[in-house]
Ligand binder design. Structure first.
Ligand SMILES: *[C@@H]1O[C@H](CO)[C@@H](O)[C@H](O)[C@H]1NC(C)=O
Ligand SMILES: *[C@@H]1O[C@H](CO)[C@@H](O)[C@H](O)[C@H]1NC(C)=O
Ligand SMILES: *[C@@H]1O[C@H](CO)[C@@H](O)[C@H](O)[C@H]1NC(C)=O
Ligand SMILES: *[C@@H]1O[C@H](CO)[C@@H](O)[C@H](O)[C@H]1NC(C)=O
Ligand SMILES: *[C@@H]1O[C@H](CO)[C@@H](O)[C@H](O)[C@H]1NC(C)=O
Length: 280
């Protein structure tokens, strides 16, 4: 009797690992696609806060961040097929449009974002024949950003980058009203100023590429309204307008005379520049 215990444990253990590996295959399943658009100025603000030397490729309209296949209630799947390499040549026919509407806001190669999105999300979306090549996947993003452009959708409800005082609920309502399905609204809370910036808006599609509610995707939601957002609902949010021209260049001015470098004066100038920018 005692002697059979290790065997029993072994059987249980083997059974357990079997379940795990079955679960393992299943993790590449997904339910819906999230189309995430982001507001370039907020992306840039976040990027510069992580390192002031960072620079941005700014746009004054919403751009695509990605198309993310998602299993409801969980994150991912991600990185589904390592043999589907990113090949930038395949994007040549649509590259000019991608540069406009699926921009790498961060400084660096224009291909960095596309490669990342393809490896992490595109290889999972590729189980759909409609999205099984780079050209189809990125081309779909272009179609959707034209059809569901948030600059236009928010504008129709009077939400423009220059006019402030809107709440996350106003933004959510504007999108819901326009697309007829529940979106997700994401904010960036500036760790330095504690101000809340409008950051991302997500709308969702089923496997027929038809709009569907984003309900059930993983992420925070407001406990009273059920609205999917990480924004504090009671606070107004900043939807920043165009940055001054100096912020489309590297943050540290390249033309600084050598004698000023690392001096207290330059530090003071940097702080003033920064304050001017964040208090826009
Ligand atoms: C897991 O993968 C194996 C082989 O690839 C397959 O036979 C099995 O049916 C899969 N299990 C599930 C639950 O998908
Ligand atoms: C991964 O991609 C390769 C190359 O496109 C393809 O032949 C293979 O079937 C894919 N594997 C899975 C599990 O989808
Ligand atoms: C990338 O795609 C181009 C155009 O389809 C093709 O000619 C080239 O062989 C591909 N490169 C790789 C490394 O697969
Ligand atoms: C962006 O710019 C910073 C500062 O010049 C540099 O350190 C960083 O490597 C750049 N990032 C990329 C991806 O090129
Ligand atoms: C997609 O469309 C087909 C045919 O109209 C339908 O049978 C199917 O249920 C739809 N799938 C989803 C996920 O809505």
């Amino acid at each position: 009797m005692y002697n059979s215990t290790p065997l029993l444990l072994l059987i249980i253990f083997v059974g357990y690992t079997d379940i795990c590996s079955a679960e393992g295959n299943k993790t590449h399943d997904w339910d819906i696609l999230i189309l995430t658009q982001h507001w370039p100025l907020t992306v840039c603000l976040q990027w510069k806060e992580s390192l002031p030397q960072h620079s941005c490729n700014l746009k004054n309209f919403w751009t695509v961040h990605g198309i993310w296949p998602t299993k409801l209630g969980t994150k991912g799947p991600e990185f589904c097929n390592s043999s589907m390499h990113f090949n930038q040549t395949q994007l040549e026919p649509i590259e000019k449009q991608l540069e406009q509407y699926w921009t790498n806001i961060h400084n660096g190669s224009i291909y960095t974002l596309w490669k990342h999105e393809w490896k992490k999300h595109g290889t999972c979306a590729a189980t759909l024949p409609a999205l099984d090549t780079e050209n189809k996947y990125f081309g779909q993003g272009l179609k959707w950003i034209k059809q569901y452009d948030m600059s236009n959708i928010l504008g129709k409800s009077g939400i423009e980058p220059s006019n402030q005082g809107h709440t996350p609920q106003d933004v959510w309502n504007a999108v819901q009203k326009s697309v007829g399905k529940n979106p997700t609204v994401q904010c960036f809370v500036d760790p330095k100023t504690k101000k809340t910036y409008l950051f991302e808006i997500r709308i969702c599609f089923d496997k027929n590429l038809t709009l569907t509610d984003c309900d059930g995707i993983k992420g925070p939601s407001d406990p009273t309204t059920g609205i999917q957002t990480n924004c504090p609902l009671q606070k107004t949010i900043i939807y920043p307008s165009m940055l001054p021209p100096e912020y489309s260049k590297p943050f540290y001015t390249i033309t600084t005379p050598a004698y000023l470098q690392h001096s207290w004066l330059l530090e003071a100038l940097r702080i003033i520049q920064f304050l001017q920018w964040v208090t826009l």
